[in-house]
Design a protein around this ligand. Sequence first.
Ligand code: ZN
Length: 243
Amino acid sequence: MMRILVLSDIHANLSALNTVLEAAGPVDGVWCLGDTVGYGPDPNECVERLRKLPNLTCLVGNHDAAALERIDLEAFNREARLSARWTQSVLTTENRDFLAQLPERVQIEGITLAHGSPRSPVWEYLLDLKTASENLPFFETDLCFIGHTHIPLYFCQNPESGEMSGDMIMDGDTPVIAGRMFLNPGSVGQPRDRDARAAYAIFTPESRLWKAFRVPYDIAAVQNRMRQVGLPTRLVQRLLQGW
Ligand code: ZN
């Protein structure tokens, strides 16, 4: 059976990315749901590491769009803006070209992938039942994998009642897949659920099994690199707090 590594929001954190790739072990494919760059100190290294992976499917996220100068940085808060400008200044042409050709949403193995939501792939945050419900008409598959909120969670529509429910997904959880569902693996490089460990999921398409994982990585090393390149202190600190 196929093992697909589902990850999102790497945010230029090479230590977290390498740790996740190692922890995941051999996989048949990698689905990356966007925001490979932004916030962190290793944008080129992360893009290059991803590009070398066999069977990679990768989406563009809002921070990738910012690095590509596609969006007005006024839409970002101060720290995000500063890190986006720094990312723009260091990104190589080759890595910029890679990010520039990434799609906003994809359908693969009968699953829809989007960074934020199927309705507004780059920008919308899927964080509540109402938004999840409103997004159901915007994709054709049963399952939709999303990132963007940096929180591992699922939303599920009861096939009989049509009602939505949802919950956060903890380390080791295998949420029951039934009806139409959104699943979010959380963030590799900047978790925001008060758990500082890198988050990812392994998905088996044949059995429709989703298993969530958290893995500790060398946060101090990333923080040192962030300080060296002069990224904002608040961004340095939040890695340790996991929010
Ligand atoms: Zn993000």
